[in-house]
Design a protein around this ligand. Structure first.
Ligand code: ARG
Length: 279
């Protein structure tokens, strides 16, 4: 009788030990909740090197890496996307291609949970949507054909033909140039083609994207004359009352402090990232 009880106690202690071990392992290596809905994230993949598609249709770029890093268990985020059982770190992301010009209205209509698309945080946009803390320091640049000598700066753009992307900060900026004739385009490759064809004198668009494309031989015959006409910051855009805003901000802070942000920055730009403001 005594022997039998002893045996049961041993078994119980052993099973409890195993259970504790399993729980410990699970919290060390958290997995994504298979029942959780993915976070739907819009992006306009025509903006090298932030978001673009490879020949076989794969999404790549700085923004894509950043979003995936935020979603990985390492960022420690739990978004309220699950059907409500287990609390697990990490979440799944479902990217949706969307023309840049439609981004704000799609967020307003809550057809997506967020957008990452090199979107500049502006006072105007903040009236209708929310932004995460800044994740990238950017600015506008003037691009001209290599042989153009008469456009040097903002003042020499007066009365010139200028191409911009519809709905972009470059388009807003172009409106401030006296007597400029502005042509609008849906995406980057199109307005640079128009510049090369001689239909316009200059393009006003994001400096990093333009400089990157020139440096990597994707834009031939074009040079930048005034980089960083403006100082801008990109943010992850969300609907105004998004339940994910705080978590995303915490995630960006984690990636900034644990070296992941720096790693992603150096992968794409080969230099040290600049300091970013908190808000
Ligand atoms: N930063 C500019 C803006 O917010 C242009 C961004 C263009 N992004 C893109 N994925 N096409 O207006």
């Amino acid at each position: 009788m005594v022997k039998l009880i002893n045996f049961k106690w041993q078994q119980l202690i052993l099973s409890l030990g195993c259970l504790l071990l399993i729980i410990a392992c699970q919290s060390l290596y958290p997995t994504t909740d298979p029942d959780a809905k993915p976070l739907k994230v819009a992006t306009d993949p025509t903006f090298v090197p932030f978001e673009f598609q490879t020949a076989d249709g794969k999404l790549e770029g700085f923004d894509i890496d950043l979003m995936n890093a935020l979603a990985s268990p390492a960022a420690g985020l739990t978004l309220s996307l699950s059907k409500g059982i287990a609390k697990v770190a990490g979440f799944a992301v479902q990217f949706e291609s969307l023309p840049f010009d439609g981004t704000i209205s799609t967020l307003q209509a809550k057809r997506v949970d967020a957008a990452i698309s090199g979107i500049t945080i502006t006072a105007e946009r903040l009236k209708t949507i929310a932004f995460s803390r800044p994740y990238f320091k950017a600015g506008l640049a003037i691009a001209v054909r290599e042989d153009n000598q008469n456009i040097q700066d903002f003042n020499s753009l007066k009365g010139k033909k200028i191409a911009v992307q519809i709905g972009s900060t470059g388009a807003d900026f172009a409106k401030t140039i006296p007597n400029a004739k502005i042509s609008t385009f849906n995406s980057g490759p199109e307005f640079f083609q128009d510049l090369l064809n001689g239909n316009v004198d200059a393009v006003i668009s994001d400096a990093f994207a333009t400089l990157y494309a020139i440096k990597n031989g994707k834009l031939k015959g074009i040079r930048v004359v005034a980089d960083f006409l403006t100082q801008e910051y990109y943010g992850i855009a969300m609907p105004k009352d998004s339940p994910h805003l705080d978590a995303i901000n915490k995630g960006i802070a984690t990636l900034l402090s644990n070296g992941t942000y720096k790693q992603i920055y150096q992968k794409w730009f080969k230099v040290e990232p600049p300091q970013l403001p908190d808000s």
